[in-house]
Design a protein around this ligand. Structure first.
Ligand code: SAH
Length: 475
């Protein structure tokens, strides 16, 4: 695998300063599964080209990769395209070898690091499905002129036909740091290889290196899903942070959609999650509450929205799941969690099935898509915790409307929208529960549908807004 970066900015040899690699020297770097060699095939005032050759070690690739299936000895583990194509290994090498340049700083040429300069990048072999049109779709919106040439399997044996690899040339005026980030993210996006572990930190990497361009990229969703190798929960998380809210009904996507090439099916869904958050946020803002509990806060989507309103002086999220809390902490930027908390925004690990004095004295509480996760006997305990003990002036509860499930093509009768749902109620069942809870605890309740309304079945989400009665009388 060969990558070259050329510039005609003058003096062109300044490229050496930007890359922190001297044009007169050839250097080699250890990158775990092989070596990266850097040298300059040409370096003069008019034009300078830096080249990086990746020399992957097929044996190390196998040893270093716990995801490779070891049960059967297969040659394919050792003889494959990995050493020769642009993939996540290229990204690893870029980070190892050009880390400082990627960071966008340059000690000797600080101005130049900030400047868009004419760059030409050549990648010797890029795997890409179909006719390679995705390559253009990914790089053109970023301001590159893209040249793609399909590689023949073997020029000696033309009859063997074409390969699914492309020689790619990108030309554009770019800051070097931006170009490196583009290649860093998009090389593994083009490479369909799923045989490597994608963990939580990949979301961070994607967001960090995508900053400043991925937010507005027309193929943002494709990039995110492919980068995260179709791990849906991670992709949802990343898309959410990129400002692209998704419907929870993505949970009932057709089986196998994670593997589907584009994953675009999700894009067509109504962003019900967004409508739900809008509705709950609206109720809380209009209620003039100053302190809010987000009970079963999950990854903190609602809290993130509430924090934008100065009206809320205290926003407390509670969840049993530490993993969700960790994600919430990251989304909310609570540095040093769980030791350090921002003054207005706090996360607690706790269960709604136990009385908790930390939850008392709040103006409002939200239970967004939480009650259906509890077994009915436990729900009775939650009623006590929330309506008897915490007793906020306002409680907003949302839950799926089972009647609407007939509208989801992928659901069979009796299915629930999420495997962890213990029940999904019809509008009548929900009202039956909420009326009783209000009655027993001194609240008044009103109902609202959220999402597209369909005759005879109602809206996908139902919401109940409880108001404490004595408080109202005092006002
Ligand atoms: N309100 C969030 C998350 C909904 S998913 C949102 O709308 O995005 C339901 C959440 O309830 C999960 O995060 C789950 O961990 C939490 N949960 C379930 N049982 C709980 C309990 N007994 N106490 C606290 N949280 C609970």
């Amino acid at each position: 695998m060969l990558l070259t970066i050329s510039t005609t900015y003058q003096p062109a040899t300044d490229l050496g300063f930007l890359l922190y690699k001297h044009p007169q020297r050839a250097q080699s770097f250890d990158i775990g599964s092989g070596k990266a060699h850097v040298f300059y095939p040409e370096a003069n005032e008019e034009k300078c080209t830096a080249a990086m050759v990746l020399e992957m070690d097929p044996v190390k690739l196998v040893r270093g990769n716990e995801n490779v299936r070891h049960e059967a000895w297969t040659l394919e583990q050792y003889v494959n395209d990995r050493p020769y194509v642009a993939s996540s290994f290229l990204s690893v090498a870029l980070r190892e070898v050009f880390g400082t340049a990627m960071g966008g700083t340059c000690k000797d040429r600080p101005q130049l690091a900030e400047t868009a300069i004419p760059l030409e990048v050549h990648l010797s072999a890029v795997p890409c499905p179909g006719d390679g049109e995705l390559i253009g779709e990914l790089f053109e919106p970023l301001g590159y002129e893209v040249e793609v040439e399909r590689i023949t399997l073997d020029s000696e044996f033309r009859e063997w036909g074409e390969s699914s690899y492309f020689a790619v040339t990108l030309r554009g005026e770019q800051r070097l740091t931006d170009m490196l980030s583009h290649v860093y993210v998009l090389a593994p996006v083009l490479d369909g290889d799923k045989h490597y572990w994608v963990g939580d930190d990949e979301v961070d990497k994607l967001l960090r290196h995508g900053e400043g361009w991925l937010e507005e990229h027309p193929r943002q969703e494709t990039i995110t899903r492919r980068y995260l190798k179709y791990q849906r929960s991670l992709a949802e998380e990343a898309l959410e942070e990129l400002g692209d809210d998704e419907d929870e009904a993505a949970e009932v996507a057709p089986s196998g959609s994670e593997e589907s090439d584009e994953g675009d099916d999700v894009e067509e869904r109504v962003p019900l999650n967004k409508q739900r958050m809008d509705a709950v946020e609206g109720v809380l803002v209009n209620s003039r509450s100053r302190s809010v509990l987000d009970l079963g806060c999950g990854e903190g989507k609602l809290m993130k929205r509430l924090r934008r309103h100065k009206q809320f002086e205290k926003i407390v999220g509670v969840d049993v799941s530490f993993r969700s809390l960790e994600r919430a902490a990251r989304k909310l930027g609570l540095v040093g969690w769980p030791d350090f908390q921002e003054a207005r925004v706090v996360l607690y690990q706790g269960s709604l099935l136990f009385r908790d004095r930390r939850l008392e004295g709040f103006d409002a509480a939200a239970l967004v898509e939480v009650i259906e996760h509890l077994d009915p006997p436990k729900l009775a305990t939650l009623e006590e915790t929330v309506f008897e003990h915490a007793r906020p002036r306002l409680v907003v509860v949302t839950t799926p409307n089972r009647e609407f499930n007939t509208q989801y093509e992928n659901m069979s009768a009796g299915d629930m929208r999420h495997r962890d749902h213990r029940f999904e109620w019809s509008r009548e069942e929900f009202a039956g529960w909420a009326d009783r809870v209000a009655d027993e605890n001194g609240y008044k309740v009103a109902y609202r549908g959220i999402g597209e309304k369909v005759d005879g079945v109602g809206t996908p989400t139902q919401m109940a807004v409880f108001q404490r009665v004595e408080e109202e009388d005092n006002e």
